[in-house]
Design a protein around this ligand. Structure first.
Ligand SMILES: [Zn+2]
Length: 229
């Protein structure tokens, strides 16, 4: 059910490394000595640095595994609502609140679509978590917690169909999307306004992998429902 062949590179700690360009100014290099702190003993420090990505990767994997079951119902709702219809671009402020009385938390992220990318504000509340709000509006997060990007599920579903039997097409999609966006007049820059070379590869890799897990989960639930009826 869950993917087993995840290479360490593709399974990077999203919250630490993913979309780094968005807050690279806020993340000081790990080894840089601070003014008030004496320099670290390098020989003690190296083993920690080697272990850390593995722990972070394992934690990331676990967070995705917990998240996916919470998205099955909302993905089903989205699919039932949109099947056989043209999908409209979601509004830039997304919410799934039933009562309008909840305390809402706002999360800002970039949404990637076929024809460009845009900033989105996600309002989560007791009614729906931020990932559930995204999925209900046809978007999938690129990280299980505090994502900085979300990808159109139509784009992911098309990719899934196109490359169903291909093993490494993530780079092709990331590169093609980047070029397509540039031709359409969208170019991703970092906080300093500099062009980013590979802005989507890692984020798309995460979204593609876990969107696939969600679809497999969804299909198995549908299969169970058919057998039970
Ligand atoms: Zn609510």
């Amino acid at each position: 059910m869950l993917p087993t062949a995840v290479s360490p590179e593709e399974n990077m700690p999203a919250d630490a490394c993913e979309d780094l360009f968005l807050f690279e100014d806020e993340v000081p290099p790990l080894t840089e000595p601070q003014d008030s702190i004496p320099p670290l003993n390098t020989s003690e420090f190296i083993p920690n640095r080697r272990i850390l990505p593995d722990i972070a990767a394992a934690r990331l994997y676990d967070t995705w595994k917990i998240l996916i079951p919470t998205l099955v119902d909302v993905q089903l709702e989205y699919t039932q609502r949109t099947v056989g219809k043209f999908v409209e671009r979601p509004p830039t402020i997304l919410s799934a609140c039933h009562s309008q009385k909840c305390a809402q938390k706002r999360t800002t992220m970039i949404g990637l679509f076929f024809d460009g990318f845009t900033t989105l504000d996600i309002l989560s509340c007791r009614c729906a978590t931020a990932p559930q709000v995204l999925v209900l509006h046809g978007l999938f997060p690129t990280s299980p917690s505090q994502p900085r990007m979300a990808v159109s599920t139509e784009l992911l579903a098309f990719y899934r169909t196109l490359f169903e039997r291909s093993c490494d097409a993530v780079n092709a999609l990331a590169s093609a999307l980047h070029t397509h966006y540039i031709r359409r007049g969208f170019r991703m820059t970092n906080a300093k306004g500099e062009f980013i070379q590979e802005p989507f590869r890692r984020s798309l890799g995460q979204a593609i992998l876990w969107f696939d897990v969600l679809q497999v989960e969804l299909e198995s639930q549908l299969e169970c429902a058919v057998q039970a009826s």
